[in-house]
Ligand binder design. Sequence first.
Ligand code: MG
Length: 389
Amino acid sequence: MTPRSIDVNIAQRTGADMSATSAAGRIAKAECILVTIPFDSGGLPVWSFTSNPKNTFDVMLVRIETDTGLVGWGEAFSRAEDVALRSLIETRIFPVIIGEEANAISKIKHKLEFGLQNFGRVGPTMYAISAVDIALWDIAGKAAQLPLVDLIGGPFAKEVEVYASLLRYGSAEGVAKATRKAIGEGYRYVKLHDIRFEEVAAAVEEAGDEAAVMLDVNCPWTVSEALAMDARLSKLNLLWLEEPIFPPDDYRGLAKIRATGRHRIALGENAGSLRDFVAMADAQAIDIAQPDVAKTGGVTELLKIAAFCDASAIEFIPHCAIFGPGQLATVHINAAQRATPLLERLYFDFDAELYGDAMLPKAGRLAVPTGPGLGFDPDMGVVERFRVA
Ligand SMILES: [Mg+2]
């Protein structure tokens, strides 16, 4: 036995805290910054949460600093300037994590989930926990001087294929034009958010054999309505059909639609944890799992879900309708998968980019960042310019 292993054994027996010497250090400071950046899409926001939808997009940043001087950035899913979520993060999350060893990522995540279970296993509480988890993985990478992908098994790919996730245009001409534009920029996969047959058919015709087309309808239908659309859409050869019914956790209903065999069913952006995916699989409701790193428990939970999918013949293609640290984390997670998933990117142009042009796809592809942690920190000039809270 080497002296080093003796030390570890003594530490385990006595409960001595050997990790206090880790490069990551202890969490000394935490801050939440809400940024909302205008964009131009040529379409309608799908997420009209208020009666006055705006063409701006939130990035809810969580910045964690350790006593060794490392800074990690995380992101919680946010829409429509979610100041309530920011308050939740500051009042219920930060007091619990200050002073913790930053490298104890799973322990901190468990402590938060266990302590806050009464406030929801799906939704804002999990978004907040997700942000902390992402920031701690960023710190872990910076402490190790390695990109995140190297900490989670290493890369299968140096770049990821990106799909253009179009908005809702509400007219056959509008969606066909956007489809053509995306193909012209080099995208080979296009996802639609229009929900009427005419618009979907127009986009599929425009794509021809130049791009595969997926359809995400964001839960508009009852089961019987969805079954009728499932039959009508079947001749369009869509790559998948995403969230056809409300509520999105009606797994029995989703299983009925999946049972027709006409479409592969994609689900999961509204899930809270691995357990929800187990329930979807048990119900025979799912072909493609779409956890969101900024909603579903961060990097730690997505890696568990990826392993579950691998063992369950379910495709793992994370949801990614975010543009901050969560998007960076998703690129690393995707790159670490053997069947490297497509990366989702909402198809619009921002007034400013948080990472310069580093996260702008070229010919439908995006390079996996090679810097430590997530690979990039946000441009603080952009953060301060568009900060709202
Ligand atoms: Mg979706």
